[in-house]
Design a protein around this ligand. Structure first.
Ligand code: SAM
Length: 781
């Protein structure tokens, strides 16, 4: 049975010591420095750690000086981060745990510790494939050039009865598929154990950074420098077996427990940053490097006596094989601990998404989640240069209410969600409790997002993502699963959750199902959406106070602080100079510009008194009080006739009188324009054979309402006409439709005439006002 191996590097400081033969690995450590800086700055949430000392470990540290350099890089990055946060970095207490197998030369390590170090040093003997530290203990886990070491040679490759028996070879890279698979499986298992152990030991928000020799995706094992070198070792041993220096049996039972993972393989763990560092090492450097690292392994298996001959022949082979001197690839892995709950319990992916149900239970932790956008707010400016937007996301584990994510970030880093129902993934969201609600906070410092189209889409790439987001292959499976789930998902809102426009009440939040009829986009950021749900809004309270005659003009200011509006006092007459008038979203309004002034208006101002007098005269006009009609709305006598037999002295009232009247039922004679009819087709107007009601939209300068024509009122309205042609002509007159000689509308613009109508207000079944037209006849045509 293959046993666990613990081959350590050569200790001491002799010719073949690791300390004198590890410049090659040091290059990778130097190359990783920038990445460590970046990761510490962007991803390590130092403020959230409660302990006073910061605890770092270097797994598989061997002996110096590489480990000291690597640790110093981490210490420097941390100190800089503390300083940048306004803290005194001198107060930062650091403890570094140097880990390696117990057989590592810890004496040499401690003897050569840098004298000027700013940390407490501790040795931790044992395999990094199992637990080494207490729970929630470490803040930063680092390892370089050690995770390629397997915990043991895969059992099958040394088993003479197994199809994976690696006869005549000492490594997998040039071997049969079964051998490669056995190594691959051992690596996955070991990494699973390592990450599972660290997941327990590292605090939430802590960081792991691994530099491992590896191979780029798609590059076969045979092409990797490290593997080629090991194959040369194999060929040296084969030569020695042929010469009888070592036995064939000894050779067959010897295998090297190393594995060069590809980026794809390590992606299944978690890759913050993939980085390729390239080296062009010299042959003799490689040979001594290998000797410093592997001598123990060869000594144990083949004995002391072959060592010099073996390493000498290896150096020669390396010199002859210029093809192996290709750049070596190292992969840098960065990973945060995300939650308490989502760490694998034995192998498998360390880096997964947390289900929303579990995320909600992880207050205080950082999580990665992927979910469907159920609700999305409109981005707004928040503090300073930040923007804020809130989204609510769900997945199959938590559909109601889901998880609210509050996003504070720079404007151009704000997620641009194109549709609710799209899918969004977040990394490193902080789960927080606010009063009795749990939500997630997206930090521009360390969180990332990526947004994908919803259930009908095929693309597996995000359509918008934060700058630092990196796509990973295994995310795609989550996306596919979520889309599949979403296809059959229906959100169950309570029956009364949404109201209709008819049920609106001032000062209350309400939820509306409506159709967007038109979006008016003005200059700058001004816009207005016109929405519709087929019901009529009740008159707003404020309308009750508006004068019924004379247009109430809206005056706005786009850039005036509200505070400055104190100059305008309700109930006072004022003189405004240099107002800008415009038609906005189809309605008149005035805008206060930088040139607008408020002019002194004394109590007895002549013009003010004149306006009042004219208004009172208008109201007092007799006998018909025709002046109470809007000025622009003098009725066209050729279009309608109203039945005055009941009440020929009725005065004309405006639609504002109608909607603001609290008297129900009541009758009103009005002058209005008919701006819409539903149904529109005259063929549908037929009474009594057609539908039994037509809805007309009426407006005057004060208000706009819907009024209905029912059965006999409709018959009278259309003067008893029943042919479609005749009804069409009347409709066209009434609604100002212009037609050519063939009866075809040739101009989309309409100009409805002002017409007289009788209106009756009633209450509908819900107790809301409802208006009907009666006693009115279209006489035109
Ligand atoms: C190539 S050396 C790298 C040393 C150093 N980190 C560097 O970058 O120069 C690999 C080290 O990992 C250690 N190692 C391998 N497997 C280990 C394990 N399971 N637990 C602890 N240390 C291990 C070896 O003993 C060796 O010291």
């Amino acid at each position: 049975m293959a046993k666990s191996v613990a081959f350590t590097m050569n200790g001491g400081d002799s010719l073949y010591s690791y300390s004198k033969n590890s410049t090659f690995q040091r290059k990778a450590i130097d190359a990783a420095k920038e990445l460590i800086n970046e990761a510490v700055f962007e991803r390590l949430d130092t403020e959230s750690f409660s302990s006073s000392a910061f605890r770092v470990t270097d797994l598989g540290c061997s002996v110096g000086p590489n480990t000291f350099l690597a640790v110093q890089n981490i210490v420097d990055a941390l100190e800089q981060k503390y300083q940048s946060q306004g803290h005194n970095s001198q107060l930062l207490e650091l403890q570094v745990f140097f880990n390696d197998h117990a057989s590592n030369d810890f004496n040499e390590l401690f003897r050569s510790l840098p004298a000027d170090r700013r940390y407490y040093a501790t040795g931790v003997p044992g395999s990094f494939h199992s637990r080494l530290f207490p729970k929630d203990f470490l803040h930063f886990v680092y390892s370089s050039y050690a995770l390629q070491c397997l915990s043991k040679v895969p059992e099958e490759v040394a088993d003479i009865n197994s199809p994976a028996w690696n006869k005549g070879r000492i490594y997998y890279s040039n071997s049969e598929d079964q051998v490669v698979k056995a190594y691959e499986a051992q690596y996955a298992k070991d990494m699973g154990c390592l990450l599972n152990a660290r997941a327990q030991e590292i605090v939430c928000g802590g960081l792991m950074a691994f530099v491992v020799p590896g191979r780029p995706n798609g590059v076969p094992h045979t092409q990797v420098l490290g593997n080629k070198v090991v194959e040369l070792i194999g060929s040296c041993l084969m030569d020695m077996a042929n010469k009888g220096v070592i036995s064939e049996e000894k050779l067959d039972s010897f295998n090297i427990p190393l594995y060069m993972a590809s980026l794809d393989e390590v992606e299944a763990i978690h890759r913050k940053s993939e980085n390729l560092t390239q080296e062009q090492p010299q042959a003799n450097v490689i040979a001594s490097t290998l000797r410093s690292g592997m001598e123990g392994m060869f000594r144990e298996h083949f004995g002391d006596e072959i060592l010099d001959e073996f390493f000498d022949s290896l150096r020669k082979k390396l010199e002859e094989s210029s093809s192996v001197l290709k750049p070596l690839t190292s992969i840098s892995l960065f990973a945060n601990r995300n939650t308490h709950t989502e760490m694998p319990r034995g192998g498998g992916n360390y880096y997964n998404f947390t289900k929303i149900r579990d995320a909600i239970d992880s207050v205080g932790a950082k999580v990665n989640v992927i979910g469907v956008v159920l609700e999305c707010g409109f981005p707004r400016r928040s503090r300073g240069t930040d923007w804020f937007v809130s989204v609510r996301i769900i997945d199959e584990t938590h559909q109601d209410p889901g998880l609210s994510v509050n996003i504070f970030t720079d404007r151009n880093e704000c997620p641009r969600i194109l549709s609710v129902g799209d899918i969004i993934q977040f990394q490193r969201l902080m789960i927080k409790r606010h009063v009795d609600k749990v939500n997630a906070v997206f930090s521009k410092k360390f969180s990332t997002f990526a947004i994908y189209y919803g259930s009908d889409a095929r693309s597996l790439s995000p359509y918008h993502a934060s700058k630092t987001f990196r796509e990973r292959d295994h995310d795609k499976n989550f996306l596919i699963d979520l889309r599949r789930w979403l296809k059959n998902f229906h959100f169950h809102e309570g029956a009364n959750y949404f109201s209709s426009i008819r049920e609106m009440k001032g000062g209350e939040d309400f939820h509306l199902v409506c159709k967007i009829i038109h979006i008016h986009e003005g200059a700058g950021n001004e816009w207005m959406a016109f929405v519709w749900d087929g019901t009529d809004a009740p008159p707003a309270n404020i309308l009750q106070n508006f004068p019924a005659v004379g247009t109430v003009l809206r005056v706005i200011s786009q850039d005036l602080e509200n505070d400055n509006l104190r100059l305008l006092k309700t109930g006072e007459w004022v003189k405004l100079v240099n107002l800008l008038c415009e038609v906005h979203a189809g309605l008149w309004r005035c805008v206060l510009t930088p040139f607008t002034k408020l002019r002194y208006t004394p109590k007895e101002d002549r013009l003010k008194l004149e306006r009042k007098r004219l208004f009172n005269e208008r109201l007092a006009q007799s006998p018909e009080n025709l002046m109470q009609m809007p000025f622009g709305g003098f009725p066209s006598p050729q279009v309608t006739e109203v039945d005055d037999s009941d009440d020929d002295h009725a005065i004309f009232l405006t639609l504002m009188d109608v909607v603001a009247s609290s008297e129900l039922p009541a009758r009103f004679k009005c002058v209005v324009r008919v701006i819409a009819a539903s149904p529109w087709q005259a063929a549908d107007f037929l009474f009594p054979a057609g539908i039994d009601r037509i809805r007309l939209t009426l407006e005057d300068s004060a208000a706009r309402i819907h009024a209905f024509l029912y059965a006999e009122d409709g018959v009278k309205f259309f003067n008893g006409q029943s042919s479609v042609e005749a009804l069409e002509v009347k409709r066209n007159f009434l609604l100002g439709v212009r037609v050519n000689n063939d009866g075809v509308q040739d101009d989309p613009r309409r100009n409805p005439p002002w017409v007289q109508v009788w209106l009756k207000s009633e209450t509908d079944q819900q107790g809301n006002p409802h208006y009907r037209i009666f006693g009115t006849k279209v006489v035109a045509a």
